[in-house]
Write a protein that binds this ligand. Structure first.
Ligand code: NAD
Length: 355
C-alpha cells in the first residue's frame, strides 16, 4: 500500500470545510480539524483525519446530528456533569474540559463527567488543554456503541472497549508530561491503519475469534468470513483491570452507554471521567515545581539506552518529536484512508483532491 504526504494546513482546511458542509458551525469545525490534524502530527494516525469517513457514516445513518449539543446536568463546583447527547465528540469534549479547567482554576479542583458523547478522539489532547492552563489532569474513558473488542486477562473473547487513560502534568515554562494510551496493547484504530496498509500487527497483540494468537488485523473487524476476535489488554491483568475501572468510572456509575449493551447503531460513544487540579494549591512556588520536575526528568533521560539510536524518552516526548518531523515533511496518509476521505468529502460536494 502506497501513501502520499499531505500538508497539515491543507488537511486542516479540508476537514474544516467538510464539517461545515455537513452542517456543523464554524467553532465546531475548527476544533474538529485542529484535533484530528494534531493527532496525525503527533503520530497517532488512528485518531487523525482518517476518522472523518466514520463520523460521516454515522451522520449518513442518521446517528450523529449537527443539531445535537452537550447539555449541562450539574454545574456545582467541584462537580461538572454534562450529557453529551451523542454530539460531535471533539467539540463536545473540548467544551466539557474547557469548563472544567475554569472550575479547577477557581476552586483548585474539578471533577468532570461527560456522558454519552460521539467519539472524542485522542484523550491526550484534553490533557494538553489542561496542561496549557497550568493544570494536572487525569482522564478515564470508555468506548461503547460497538461490540466489545478487548479480552479480559486470560479470556478467549472480548468484554472491554479499548478504554483509554490519560494523565497530564504541566511543567512551568516547559513542555508538559502527557501519558496517554489505550488499555489494549494497541488502539483499535491502529489495527485499522495496519489493515488499510495491508500490514500485519506485531505478535502478541490480538487473538482470532477462536482465541488463538494471530498477527492478521482483519480478525478484530467484523466480517462474514470469520468470527470477531479480540485485542489483548496491555500489561496483562494490570491493563485489563485499568480498562474495567475506566468503564465503571466514566459510564458505569452514571448509567451512560456501556460496552455490555448491544449496539443498535453505527457509532462510537465515549464517556469521559476527569479530575483536573491546580498544582499551585499543592506547591505555590512555580520555580520550585519546575526545578523539581526538571531534575527528575534529567535523571530519567540520563539512563543509558539499550539502543544508542533510541534515547530514553518521557511521556509526551515522542509526540513532540513527531510533530516537528511531520510539521516539516508532511502527514503521510495511505491510499485506502485517503480514498475513504475523498468519498466522504464528495458526498458533501467537496473535491478533496483540490486541497
Ligand atoms: P501508544 O501505545 O502510542 O502510547 C502513547 C503513550 O506512550 C504516550 O504518552 C507517549 O508519549 C508514550 N510513549 C510512546 N513511546 C514512548 C517511549 N519510547 N518512551 C516513553 N514513552 C513513550 O498509544 P495507544 O495506546 O496506541 O493510543 C493511541 C491513542 O488512541 C491515544 O491518544 C488514546 O487516547 C487514543 N484512544 C482513543 C480512544 C477513544 O475511544 N476515543 C480509544 C482508545 C485509544
Amino acid at each position: 500500500m502506497t501513501y502520499r504526504l499531505h500538508r497539515p494546513e491543507a488537511l486542516h482546511r479540508l476537514v474544516h470545510d467538510m464539517v461545515v458542509a455537513a452542517g456543523w458551525n464554524e467553532a465546531e469545525a475548527q476544533e474538529t480539524a485542529e484535533h484530528l490534524v494534531l493527532a496525525n502530527l503527533s503520530g497517532h494516525d488512528s485518531h487523525g483525519v482518517g476518522m472523518i469517513p466514520l463520523y460521516f457514516q454515522s451522520l449518513a445513518d442518521g446517528n450523529l446530528s449537527p443539531a445535537a449539543k452537550g447539555t449541562i446536568r450539574l454545574d456545582a463546583a467541584p462537580f461538572l456533569i454534562i450529557d453529551g447527547q451523542i454530539a460531535l465528540g471533539q467539540p463536545n469534549a473540548r467544551n466539557a474540559v474547557d469548563r472544567a479547567v475554569l472550575m479547577a482554576k477557581a476552586n483548585g479542583v474539578a471533577i468532570v463527567n461527560l456522558l454519552d458523547s460521539h467519539h472524542i478522539g485522542r484523550i491526550g489532547h484534553y490533557a494538553e488543554v489542561a496542561a496549557a492552563a497550568g493544570l494536572i489532569s487525569f482522564f478515564w474513558v470508555n468506548v461503547a456503541g460497538r461490540p466489545p473488542i478487548v479480552a479480559p486477562y486470560g479470556a478467549k473473547e472480548a468484554r472491554f472497549g479499548t478504554n483509554p487513560h490519560a494523565i497530564g502534568i504541566p511543567l512551568p515554562g516547559g513542555d508538559p508530561l502527557i501519558l496517554d494510551f489505550a488499555t489494549s496493547r494497541m488502539a483499535h484504530g491502529k489495527a485499522r491503519v495496519a489493515l488499510n496498509k495491508g500490514e500485519p500487527v506485531p505478535p502478541g497483540y490480538i487473538i482470532d475469534g477462536e482465541g488463538r494468537p494471530t498477527t492478521d488485523p482483519a480478525h478484530v473487524f467484523a466480517s462474514p468470513d470469520h468470527p470477531l476476535g479480540a485485542l489483548l489488554p496491555f500489561g496483562d491483568h494490570k491493563g485489563a483491570g485499568l480498562s474495567l475501572i475506566a468503564e465503571l468510572l466514566s459510564a458505569g456509575l452514571m448509567g451512560a452507554a456501556r460496552i455490555d449493551e448491544k449496539p443498535a447503531k453505527t457509532w462510537i460513544i465515549n464517556s469521559l471521567f476527569g479530575v483536573i487540579l491546580d498544582p499551585a494549591r499543592l506547591e505555590p512556588d512555580s520555580a520550585l515545581r519546575k526545578s523539581r520536575i526538571e531534575s527528575y526528568l534529567a535523571f530519567v533521560h540520563a539512563a543509558k539506552p539499550q539502543d544508542p539510536a533510541n534515547p530514553v524518552l518521557v511521556p509526551g516526548e515522542k509526540e513532540r518529536l513527531m510533530r516537528a518531523e511531520r510539521g516539516a515533511v508532511g502527514i503521510p496518509l495511505d491510499d485506502e484512508t485517503w480514498s475513504q476521505i475523498v468519498a466522504a468529502a464528495a458526498a458533501h460536494g467537496i473535491d478533496a483532491e483540490s486541497y
